[in-house]
Design a binder for this molecule. Structure first.
Ligand SMILES: Nc1ncnc2c1ncn2[C@@H]1O[C@H](COP(=O)(O)OP(=O)(O)OP(=O)(O)O)[C@@H](O)[C@H]1O
Ligand SMILES: [Zn+2]
Length: 802
């Protein structure tokens, strides 16, 4: 049967010229009419009840364009919907009568993903309990939102496109006819344009900004052959830097650890079935060089690479190292780029002009189909878990992608996650082998720094009130005296700066969110970091101070800010020592981060003071001292990963010291010196932390020995939230009570019980390792009686339990 005979739009019209590209390959246009006449489409209507794919007929004139990955417009129950093609075929599913199938109306955008990526998206939807349309979003071209909107309740459906396409810029320059040309006396604009162009070619947009209305002057000059106008495609998002560490010098020889790691990676690449290599290398052991060499090998075999680094370490240093080795073959993707810049980088990959993609989490979804290796640097980082739907973990998606694409996955860290260590211990997981390779040494004879733990209760007991303990103060003076550099970290995650009444113990909280307010000394204000509201308040000893609870005057500031550390440093050190502060306030603007690091790099002697953003990746050989002002704030977080996070952070920041020829020293200030996480850092022995931690996790059935899922419900109506949450919990218990290895906890108020005036409650579910809780949770939520106005989020393998 030829289905084209039945489709309602009648005779086939061949469109021989149409073609699409994906990952540099041109997808050929079908020769015969209606060779694959059906498309499986996912309508972009995010709703659990509508989740699924629908079949549409491909009209012959759209054939060749309506391919897997394309964005299309389709009729959908009396309206129109934007959808994504996830499959094409000769027959519709489940014996639907071909003549009853509606046609695709338009193709709105070319292919953004291929068949393999579509399979991965289906897996994400199942695994993380989200609608398929949501799982496809990360694969779409950045900044290219297309949706349908209805104007008024009965109005027509219209298409809204928010596209930031490629920027084609028009450049104006002087042409041959310029010599000897004299504008007429009244043509002042022409004269100004010519003057501006004496300095060199300029962009039309810039000319127009300084010389309003110059367009007509330019076009008349162009007609006379005085100037030339050219279109140049500019690839945005490429930063320049003077950072010395932004170049990856090729080492004369690799360390033994590096060679072993590369051999294991080569085996995994050749096996072609998604095998995983965990590069467990101490700080400064040269993991980057391992990544670069592995990528070089894959490029030589004609395959590309995806490299994920935490958003915060996507600095000029990291980017520069990749560019210095692979030049323009690198595309960069991260959230600080503008939508247009991201599109340009993404499009470069799609066109096959870049084969190495370096980026944050979302780089996993770049349109690169011929992948030889996927690399995740600092794989233990919590930021690899996405906080909003689809709530995927990049490590898990990467493992799946590697298997689907038949390539290798490389995970690198000095402090691997307990999940990855456990899988390597098992040797295999999810049908792939997991191998750990350790790199215990720094190249060139550099040694790990010596670590000294300072008990701050003793310092306070002896009457010291400075933020620096005596040993840290002495070390700072000594290091500056030798003309070296130091890094000071202030642990600000957790309950950082707050006000507390010394008489009644009250801590001001946001009335709209159950969050203690953060005190900003600079602006004298209390700020809610959940909703952003702020109140002007002056802390004790200001005479205006009043405790909101008891009216006492002793409402004092607790916790230390980077500002205070900076001020004390300036008082302590000679005036010519540069003190550079790096925190959320000083890195707000684009390029601030890089500028501060360049200043640190270029200084004679300097101290870099910062929050945890300075803990990772920085490679400055002249740093010989690292100080941690307050090591334990993260230990007190109500989170089962608190100890792991503290250990990771301290080990990482310690690793900034002694990376060059001179040995390094670390001083850790803490009120909890006996904690295994602190003791492990002090002795550079991970097992001091790991053994008791694993025992605790096993005992309490926490990851890596279970999968922890968090079902959160929120809404304005507290009673509706409570009832809905009870209903979800009841449904889960009906399905799971007595099932081995499963456990339902709650319902309970979330730790942040109110956010933006919405009540939040949750249910926790522990599922056995190897189970697939996504579908079950999603079914229970759909079946439970969730009230209108109550939102639900299912978070499988939850990281944020607040
Ligand atoms: N084989 C080698 N011989 C000499 N120097 C090397 C070698 N391999 C790497 N290096 C240098 O060692 C330094 C540290 O490397 P890199 O920044 O890759 O460490 P890392 O393992 O990523 O550490 P961290 O986890 O602390 O970020 C770099 O300056 C790098 O150029
Ligand atoms: Zn608030």
């Amino acid at each position: 049967m030829a289905p084209s005979a039945h489709v309602p739009w009648g005779r086939a019209r061949l469109s021989g010229q149409r073609q699409a590209t994906y990952d540099g390959r041109t997808i050929p246009v079908g020769r015969r009419p209606a060779a694959v006449p059906f498309a499986e489409v996912v309508p972009d209507i995010p709703s659990r009840s509508l989740d699924g794919t629908f079949d549409y007929a491909i009209p012959p004139e759209l054939e060749g364009e309506c391919v897997v990955g394309a964005t299309v417009l389709v009729p959908f129950s009396h309206r129109k919907a934007v959808g994504y093609v996830v499959g094409v075929g000769e027959r519709p599913q489940e014996g639907l009568a071909p003549h009853r199938i509606l046609p695709v109306e338009r193709v709105l955008a070319g292919p953004a993903f291929d068949q393999v990526a579509a399979r991965v998206a289906r897996w994400i939807a199942r695994e993380y309990a989200c609608p398929l349309s949501e799982a496809l979003h990360p694969f779409l071209a950045p900044g290219q939102t297309v949706r349908v909107r209805r104007d008024g309740p009965d109005g027509p459906w219209t298409l809204v496109c928010e596209k930031s396409g490629p920027v084609d810029e028009r450049w104006v320059s002087l042409a041959e006819g310029a010599s000897g040309f004299v504008p007429r006396a009244n043509a002042s604009r022409q004269r100004q344009v010519l003057e501006a162009l004496q300095a060199g070619p300029a962009r039309m947009a810039e000319l127009a900004a300084t010389l309003p209305g110059c367009a007509s002057a330019v076009s008349s000059l162009r007609e006379r052959g005085v100037v030339r106008v050219e279109e140049r495609r500019r690839v945005r998002g490429v930063e320049e830097t003077t950072l010395s560490s932004a170049v990856a010098q090729r080492p004369s020889r690799l360390t033994r650890g590096q060679e072993e790691a590369l051999a294991a990676i080569a085996r995994a690449c050749d096996a072609g079935r998604g095998d995983v290599v965990l590069v467990d290398g101490v700080t400064g052991s040269g993991k980057t060089e391992v990544y670069l060499s592995a990528i070089e090998r894959e490029l030589a075999r004609g395959r590309g690479a995806l490299v994920l680094v935490p958003e915060i370490s996507l600095t000029a240093q990291t980017v520069g190292r990749f560019r210095s080795r692979f030049g323009d073959d690198v595309a960069i993707l991260h959230s600080r780029l503008s939508a247009g810049e991201r599109f340009d980088q993404w499009d470069m990959v799609r066109q096959g002009r870049a084969h190495v993609v370096v980026g944050a989490r979302s780089a996993l979804f770049a349109p690169l189909s011929n992948v030889g290796v996927v690399i995740i640097d600092e794989e233990h980082e919590a930021s690899y878990k996405q906080g909003s739907a689809p709530r995927y973990h990049a490590r898990e998606v990467a493992a799946r992608l590697a298997r689907e694409r038949g390539c290798a996955l490389v995970l690198g860290s000095a402090t691997p996650s307990l999940e990855s260590l456990e899988r390597c211990h098992e040797g295999s997981w999810g049908g792939a082998s997991w191998t750990r390779v350790s790199m215990p040494e720094r190249p060139g004879g550099a040694v790990l720094p010596s670590v000294q733990v300072v008990d701050m209760t003793q310092q306070f007991g002896s009457g010291r009130r400075s933020v620096f303990s005596r040993p840290l103060e002495d070390a700072l003076l000594e290091v500056m005296g030798r003309g070296e550099k130091a890094v000071l970290m202030l642990n600000r995650r957790g309950f950082a700066n707050f006000l507390m009444c010394r008489e009644c113990g009250a801590v001001p909280e946001c009335p709209h969110c159950s969050t203690s307010l953060t005190y900003h000394e600079r602006t004298h204000s209390l700020v809610c970091h959940s909703c952003g509201r702020s109140w002007p308040v002056r802390a004790w000893p200001d005479p205006s101070t009043r405790c909101p609870n008891c009216g006492s005057r002793y409402l004092g500031a607790y916790g230390v800010g980077t500002q205070r550390v900076e001020d004390e440093l300036r008082a302590l050190l000679p005036p010519d020592v540069e003190v550079i502060r790096m925190d959320a306030d000083t890195t707000r603007g684009k390029g601030d981060h890089q500028r501060l690091l360049e200043r640190f790099d270029g200084a004679e002697r300097a101290v870099l003071v910062g929050t945890q953003m300075i803990a990772k990746g920085l490679d400055f050989p002249e740093v010989t001292l690292v100080g941690v002002i307050n090591a334990d704030t993260t230990l007190k977080l109500p989170d089962f990963r608190a100890a792991e996070r503290t250990y990771d952070l301290l080990e990482q920041v310690s690793g900034r010291a002694g990376r060059g020829e001179r040995a390094g020293r670390v001083i850790v200030q803490t009120y909890w010196a006996s904690h295994p996480a602190i003791q492990a850092v002090a002795s550079h022995r991970r097992d001091v932390f790991l053994s008791p931690e694993l025992a605790d996790r096993r005992e309490g059935d926490y990851p890596p020995f279970s999968r922890l899922c968090n079902v959160v419900l929120w809404g304005r109506d507290a009673l509706a939230v409570r009832r809905s949450c009870d209903a979800v919990a009841a449904r889960l218990r009906e399905r799971l009570d007595g099932v081995r290895g499963w456990e339902v906890l709650g319902p309970a108020d979330c730790l942040k019980a109110r956010v933006k005036d919405r009540t939040r409650r949750h249910v926790l579910v522990k599922a056995p390792v190897g189970s697939e809780p996504g579908e079950l949770l999603s079914a229970c939520v759909t079946e439970a009686d969730v009230r209108r106005g109550v939102s639900v989020a299912i978070d499988v393998d939850a990281y944020d339990l607040m």
